[in-house]
Design a protein around this ligand. Structure first.
Ligand code: AMP
Ligand code: GLY
Length: 424
């Protein structure tokens, strides 16, 4: 069969790699793709938001299945465009992708259906938000309602910071219309865990757990980024946590979406915080995580194409997900200066050292071929270096050893990905 993947980052590289393992697949396209994805897929120069062009391409090339990796096209309704043309596509429709597309929607859903999350208020005007903040407890969290590349969340320690935050989101519109409405939320503390799941509208099957490191600098300092590294599984995701989430969060979310007439088919990514009072939902995403996918899929035993199809056909209840009894760590190699200002176009060397049979993977996030065959950096996050090991310690030591194989001029990485596991 022929599969089209939509997206261009490390997550889509990991999806393309996993799809390529399926004996059922003989051709993969990726739009727009990147230099790493080009190893398994024919990259097609169509942007992820060009829905009509994507659908026309799928039709012309008799694509059997399209997989949407990114959030923007899902929230924008790409799945509806494909379905209207009778094309098979994996991902939530627009009316379900709102679970990620509007924080106010997801908070109201959780409140209505009793799914544990932080207490919150929603505001459509800066005046009302500012008035509320005068008597609210600090610290407090401000969130732009819409998509903001993971950067529309402001943690404010003082009332002054909170006032500034309202200005940034609602008046200066730093994240555009995403800040027309904001959610003001209780500040919670605890360890964060990412749990990805497959959903077919009724049934939900949980993948293995992972943890991201969102801040740019060691020791969780510096600005928020798209993610500087991940490990899987999370030792903090205990059987007790799992049991709690199964009872109070996962199936309840799927049932709530169905009850609202917004049956969700695709990936639900649960961003959880393990607080003293138990697990709470920080956020939902309607797609695979990046860079969580880069540690979760190398551990997955199933043929992912079978699982995608089970979701589309509503027979996920007959599928058991299986993961290797091992661990994986992904260290992101970024360009010095990310996420603010950085140079690109530097030659990348050393990728020939990565041997999948030995458990080493390099997933491209921002790379391209410069004219001919020279691989160069082409983004803030450049590569995700993933290694597996028998346990987290071994996986981490393998991943950091592998980061030494790669050279480019302004290479930057965190040195403490997965360090928290030392205390386990
Ligand atoms: P979100 O995009 O909602 O996951 O928020 C991005 C990051 O902000 C999360 O990964 C947390 O580190 C932090 N965050 C979000 N909401 C809260 C909260 N209510 N309390 C504390 N930290 C939060
Ligand atoms: N790693 C967080 C995300 O994909 O949103």
């Amino acid at each position: 069969m022929k599969v089209l993947i939509v997206g261009s980052g490390g997550r889509e590289h990991a999806i393309a790699w996993k799809v390529a393992q399926s004996p059922r697949v003989d051709k993969i396209y990726c739009a727009p793709g990147n230099a790493g994805i080009a190893e398994y897929a024919e990259c097609v120069n169509i942007g992820a938001m060009e829905f009509d062009k994507l659908a026309a391409f799928a039709k012309e090339n008799q694509v059997d299945l399209t997989v949407i990796g990114m959030d923007d096209p899902l929230v924008g309704g790409v799945v509806d465009v494909f379905e209207a043309q009778g094309l098979r596509v994996f991902g939530p429709r627009k009316n379900a992708a709102i679970l990620e597309g509007s924080k106010a929607f997801s908070k109201d859903l959780m409140k209505k259906y009793g799914i544990p999350t932080a207490a919150y208020e929603t505001f459509n005007s800066p005046e009302a938000a500012l008035e509320y903040l005068e008597t609210a407890d600090m610290p407090i969290v401000l969130k732009a309602d819409g998509l903001a590349l993971g950067k529309g969340v402001l943690i404010c320690n003082t009332r002054e910071e909170a006032r500034e935050g309202v200005k940034t989101l609602m008046l200066d519109k730093q994240f555009g219309s995403a800040g027309d409405r904001i959610v003001v939320e209780e500040f919670m503390t605890g360890r964060e865990v990412s749990v990805l799941s497959f959903v077919d509208g009724n049934t939900i099957k949980i993948m293995t757990s992972a943890q991201d490191h969102k801040r740019a600098g060691d020791g969780d300092t510096g600005l928020n980024t798209g993610g500087m590294g991940t490990f899987s599984p999370s030792p903090f995701y205990t059987p007790e946590v799992d049991a709690f989430c199964k009872e109070h969060i996962y199936q309840k979310t799927v049932d709530a979406m169905k009850a609202e007439g917004r049956a969700f088919q695709g990936i639900i990514f649960f961003g959880l915080m393990l607080t003293e009072k138990g697990p709470r939902v920080l956020e939902y995403n309607a797609r695979f995580g990046d860079p969580e996918t880069q540690v979760v899929l190398p551990r997955m035993k199933n043929d992912i194409v079978d699982v995608f199809e089970a979701c589309i056909d509503g027979r996920l209840d007959q599928t058991e997900l299986e993961f290797e009894d091992n661990a994986a760590v992904c260290v992101v190699l970024a360009s010095q200066g990310y996420p603010v200002k950085y140079d690109k176009g530097f030659a990348i060397k050393g990728l020939e050292n990565f041997k999948e049979k030995d458990g080493y993977y390099v997933f491209h996030a921002g790379t391209k071929f410069d004219g001919g065959k020279n691989l160069v950096t082409n983004g803030g996050r450049v590569l995700g270096v993933t290694a597996v090991g028998k346990d987290l310690k071994e996986a981490r030591s393998n991943a950091y050893a592998a980061t030494e194989w790669v050279e480019f001029e302004n290479k930057y990485m965190r040195h403490d990905i997965g360090k928290a596991i030392d205390n386990c």
